[in-house]
Design a protein around this ligand. Structure first.
Ligand code: NAP
Ligand code: GCO
Length: 267
């Protein structure tokens, strides 16, 4: 049977991408819009939502933007109800909103550790719990959790972030296990090191004009010999959001330029 390319279309679907004013979430939403989806996004404050609205408008993309702290369960429930009223039920949820704190673990306040867990792990649970009942009723749904290299590997100073992203990989597998029977697919997308504001400190040019030591290290660890860009994630995210991946469930698709497969280049 010839493959039906329309399986990659998101026409008629409503996608909610959290924390998508810029960066990875913005690129994923842009790719979804190109595939025909109606785009909804939230961010943590009005300034970011307005910044996002302007950026989407510049690309000619009509979006619905809302202020919502993804860690606030009451606000999330209200957001989903508002989206269902203003737009439509959510067919595709991308748990993209995130934070990172780079602090040596023995110096990290437990309140900081908990905050990272709250945003990067508890919030995806809260968001998924809010959209799943409607997906169950409608007999389909896609949930994409934005994981990380730190879902698989540790690194100095990112203990909370790695714990959250490792947990997010298992939350992904558990949602698959519990809701696959309702034709809900939950997969992870694992970006490698991507050029966004979140990683800017790791790419700062040094006072002597040399590349940041981590930048040099990362390039030696990546077969592609470059940082990823948010645009590198558009195609893989579209695949996981589309009917083309209806039999893919509980997986993490790494978009890392080959880092996880490679021992690293000899200095
Ligand atoms: P980011 O700087 O991690 O932030 C994503 C967005 O989420 C920002 O707009 C952020 O607002 C927002 N946000 C933070 N806390 C929130 C909350 N409580 N409620 C609602 N929104 C909130 O952007 P990114 O680098 O594009 O990363 C996006 C996702 O990819 C994150 O989950 C990140 O962990 C993951 N990731 C990033 C990389 C990378 O190399 N960049 C690699 C792998 C995975 P603020 O700007 O106010 O913080
Ligand atoms: C870090 C980076 C990474 C990236 C990403 C890698 O400090 O190690 O911020 O954590 O954000 O998660 O996939």
């Amino acid at each position: 049977m010839a493959f039906d390319m329309s399986k990659f279309s998101l026409a008629g679907k409503t996608a909610l991408v959290t924390g998508a004013s810029y960066g990875i979430g913005f690129a994923i939403a842009e790719g979804f819009a190109a595939a025909g989806a109606t785009i909804v996004f939230n961010d943590i404050n009005e300034e970011l939502v307005q910044k996002g609205m302007a950026a989407y408008a510049e690309k000619g993309i009509k979006v619905h933007g809302y202020v919502c702290d993804v860690t606030d369960e009451e606000a999330v429930m209200a957001l989903i109800a508002r989206i269902e009223k203003d737009v439509a039920p959510v067919d595709i949820l991308v748990n993209n909103a995130g934070i990172i704190r780079r602090i040596p673990m023995h110096e990290m306040e437990s309140s900081e550790f908990r905050k990272v867990i709250d945003v990067d792990l508890v919030a995806p649970y809260i968001m998924a719990k809010a959209v799943i009942p409607s997906m169950m009723k409608r007999g389909h749904g896609k949930i994409i959790n934005i994981c990380s290299m730190m879902s698989e590997l540790g690194r100095e100073t990112v203990s909370a972030y790695a714990s959250a992203k490792g947990g997010l990989k298992m939350l992904t597998r558990n949602i698959c296990s519990e809701y696959g029977q309702y034709n809900i697919q939950c997969n992870g997308l694992g970006p490698g090191y991507i050029e966004t504001p979140q990683t800017a400190p790791l790419r700062e040019i040094q006072p002597d004009g040399s590349r940041h030591p981590f930048d040099q290290f990362l390039r030696a660890k990546t077969p592609a010999e470059r940082w990823g860009t948010p645009e590198d994630l558009m195609g893989p995210a579209l695949f996981l959001a589309s009917e083309a991946s209806d039999f893919v469930n509980g997986q993490v698709l790494y978009v890392d330029g080959g880092i996880l497969a490679y021992i690293g280049r000899q200095p």
